[in-house]
Structure formats: C-alpha cells, structure tokens
Write a protein that binds this ligand. Structure first.
Ligand SMILES: O=C([O-])CC(=O)C(=O)O
Ligand SMILES: [Mg+2]
Length: 242
C-alpha cells in the first residue's frame, strides 16, 4: 500500500467512532478480541469531537533530568522523522520518567507539529497550554496535565514504544477519539470502511424496534428483545469480512 492509499483509507475511517472501529475489527477472523487498544490511562485532555486516524510516528522522551549531548542532538532528527511519516501522522510518545514530571507538549510543539503535517499526539507523559491547544484542532491525548516543561528532551525516536499498555512502531495505524486509542492492522485497511458500515447496521434489529417503543411510550417484551438480539447476532455474523 502506498502512503497515499493508506492516507485515503484513514481519512475514510474518520466518519466512524472508535467503538464502531473496535467492533469492525472483530469482523476479521484472525483478530484477537480484547486486544490492540490502549488502557484507560490515556484520554483526550482537550475537547475532542472527531476521530483521528493515521500512521504513527514514535519517540521516547524524558523531562526529569537534563539531556545528554547525544540526546540533545536527537531533537531535529526527531522532527524530521515526524515530517517523513507524512501528512496525517499521529505522534505516539512514551515518557521514560518514573512518572510524568514535565511537558514536552504545549502551544509551541503542538503548532510546530501541525506545521509538520502531524494531526495529534498520544503520550504517556504530560501536556500543557490547554487553552491555546484546544483551539488548534490538534489531537491531544495524554496521561497527565502538568505545569512545567522541566528538562524536556527526546531520548529516542522512530523506535518501538509502549503507551497505555499498547506496543506500537512507526507506520502502525491508530484511531483516537473520546473513548481512547485503538490499533488498526494495516492489512485490514482496504476492508475497514465496509466492516464499520456493516457492523453499525447490524445493531438496527435491536435499535429500531426499541426506538419505536420509546417514541410510542411503550415498554418492550423480553421475548421480543431476545428475538431482536438474535437478529443482531446473526447480522454481526453476516458482517464477517474473512
Ligand atoms: O515549552 C515546552 O517545551 C512545552 C510547551 O509549553 C510548548 O511547546 O509550548
Ligand atoms: Mg508553551
């Protein structure tokens, strides 16, 4: 798949939320249910009304102690890595301090990353400048909000990282929204839009009669629920991609 093809597939998926994307992944027989997403420690810290979907650029950062000269020299090559991942990429940063101390992220870095084509960050560290960044449309997913940048620096980049319990490497595809962050296996991309659509439709056998009953001020019978839920299970079964 070319970078452009990947970008187009990712753009098509921004119409769905991450729970729909999560259900759609279950349409692939080799997908291991209950895996491939970050844990509850990583959440959007500014208002998030969209789904960010894109390839990952990675870095390990630290802020508690000053950078060594070798670490200092990694800053510009890190930015080059972000630019090289191409428009629409999402930075995933693993904070190497024992607990988040300072913030790599603020108005300057968010604006600068936007200008490099990056659409957001997911970090196990801290972020700040919330007021300024909330106006940028930049995805801001983090473990903590902190006040200082302390000794912020890049330790490594274009490397494997583990954030929110999920291991990622550069080029992996993730989707991020108010619910959290989930990985989409790149080989699923061409079929994901269809899978999302089908899996959303599969809920209608329950949703439609329940909505009708709510509108009419009625309650539904358990026998009917059972039938409708069987209909949903069958529709989900029929949504299998392979
Ligand atoms: O100063 C820093 O390193 C972090 C920050 O607030 C910004 O990027 O605006
Ligand atoms: Mg700042």
């Amino acid at each position: 798949m070319t970078k452009e093809e990947i970008r187009n597939y990712c753009d098509r998926l921004t119409q769905f939320d991450t729970p729909t994307i999560s259900n759609a992944l279950e349409c692939f027989s080799d997908f291991k249910r209950g895996t491939g997403f970050m844990d509850y420690t990583i959440k959007p810290v500014v208002s998030c009304t969209t789904t960010y979907v894109g390839p990952v650029a990675t870095a390990k950062i630290a802020t508690e102690f000053p950078a060594t000269p070798e670490e200092q020299a990694k800053m510009m090559p890190y930015y080059q890595h972000v630019k090289d991942m191409g428009p629409g990429c999402i930075v995933v940063q693993q904070d190497m301090d024992l607990k988040p101390v300072g913030s790599f992220w603020g108005e300057v870095n968010a604006t600068q990353h936007l200008a490099l084509g990056c659409q957001g960050v997911v970090t196990s560290g801290g972020v700040r400048d919330l007021k300024e960044v909330s106006g940028l449309g930049f995805g801001y997913f983090a473990k903590e909000v902190v006040v200082s940048h302390a000794h912020t620096h890049v330790v490594d980049f274009a490397c494997k990282v583990t954030v929110g319990g999920l291991e990622l490497e550069p080029g992996d595809i993730i989707a991020c929204d108010i619910h959290g962050i989930i990985r989409i296996p790149v080989e699923y991309l061409p079929d994901m839009e269809r899978a999302c659509r089908n899996i959303a439709l599969a809920e209608l056998p329950v949703l439609e009669p329940c909505r009708r009953a709510i509108m009419n001020g009625e309650t539904v019978e358990i026998e009917d629920l059972k039938k409708w839920r069987e209909g949903m299970a069958k529709a989900r079964e029929n949504s299998k991609i392979r």
